[in-house]
Write a protein that binds this ligand. Structure first.
Ligand SMILES: C[S@@+](CC[C@H](N)C(=O)[O-])C[C@H]1O[C@@H](n2cnc3c(N)ncnc32)[C@H](O)[C@@H]1O
Length: 268
């Protein structure tokens, strides 16, 4: 196994043990209550997802979601009448999607285990390729991005989110995992690679993500990264909410947020 294959196996094992956001549920696994808790937590803590994804805009359109996780966004494509296709590296994620569609009596075109670095669909297939918080976990993020572009139709949209290395959260993580561990020489990239979710997580800023995307056949429509819930200190303890008043004095609330959200259009 190459180093990259070993890392991908680690990423698989991490997310296969528990899909993203499932920690928020206390009800019995696979019940409606369980999924309602996951969904409520997700759209409360990440309110930027709905306006970014625009679930209702793609009725009758072919949408591929890359990295469905526990399937919360995937369900919205199905509810809103998109011709929904979903992939994830893990059997666990695909299993969740199956349970959720059955629970809500919804259907999708197809969902399957598949690596985003080698998407098993032909070129120019989808009107929208959507991916929230996924490709930075895959060892070759640039290859994954090239695949999002490849399977998108000319004139179609690619919307994806990766983590922002210049965010308040990245700095907070650096303080916690480097400075307070007496390793101030370690970089934010090192900290995120070793301590943010699965091993090997990467993060970008506005310049580095544009450089990564530049060689591929898509125009960048927008790159946005305003503050998120994860950039607040009050989420750790209400007593820390005083710090939240200081943060915008030091950092840019329109740019230094954790989610770097990209909207691109494939060239015709
Ligand atoms: C942070 S979770 C995000 C899941 C979902 N998009 C969400 O927002 O809840 C990361 C997901 O990326 C998936 N993933 C990681 N590497 C992948 C790869 N190479 N191909 C497909 N999915 C991958 C994981 O299995 C996991 O479900």
């Amino acid at each position: 196994m190459s180093q990259s294959e070993e890392l991908k196996q680690e990423v698989h094992d991490y997310w296969n043990a528990a899909s993203c956001g499932t920690f928020a549920a206390v009800s019995e696994k696979y019940t409606k209550e369980y999924y309602d808790e996951i969904e409520q937590y997700r759209y409360t803590t990440e309110p930027e997802i709905k306006p970014f994804a625009q679930f209702e805009k793609y009725k009758g359109k072919k949408v591929l979601e890359v990295g469905v996780g526990a399937g919360t966004d995937f369900l919205q494509w199905c509810k809103n009448g998109a011709l929904a296709y979903g992939i994830d590296l893990t059997e666990e994620g695909i299993n969740h999607v199956q349970h959720r569609l059955q629970l809500y009596n919804l259907s999708a075109q197809e969902f399957k285990v598949c690596d985003c670095e080698n998407i098993q669909y032909p070129d120019n297939t989808f009107d929208l390729v959507y991916s929230w918080g996924v490709i930075h976990h895959s060892p070759n993020t640039e290859k994954a991005y090239s695949e999002l572009v490849r399977v998108c139709k000319p004139g179609g949209e690619i919307k994806f989110m990766v983590y922002n290395i210049d965010s308040v959260l990245s700095r907070f993580f650096w303080v916690k995992h480097a400075l307070l561990k007496l390793k101030p020489w370690k970089s934010k990239a090192w900290v995120l690679w070793n301590h943010m979710e699965s091993m090997g997580t990467k993060a970008y800023n506005h310049n580095s993500i544009r450089s990564m995307m530049a060689p591929y056949n898509a125009d960048v429509i927008s790159v946005e990264s305003p503050f998120t819930y994860y950039d607040t200190m009050a989420r750790h303890s209400p007593a820390m909410s005083i710090a939240d008043k200081m943060i915008p004095l030091i950092y840019n609330k329109n740019k230094d947020g954790w989610f770097l959200k990209m909207v691109c259009r494939k060239k015709i």
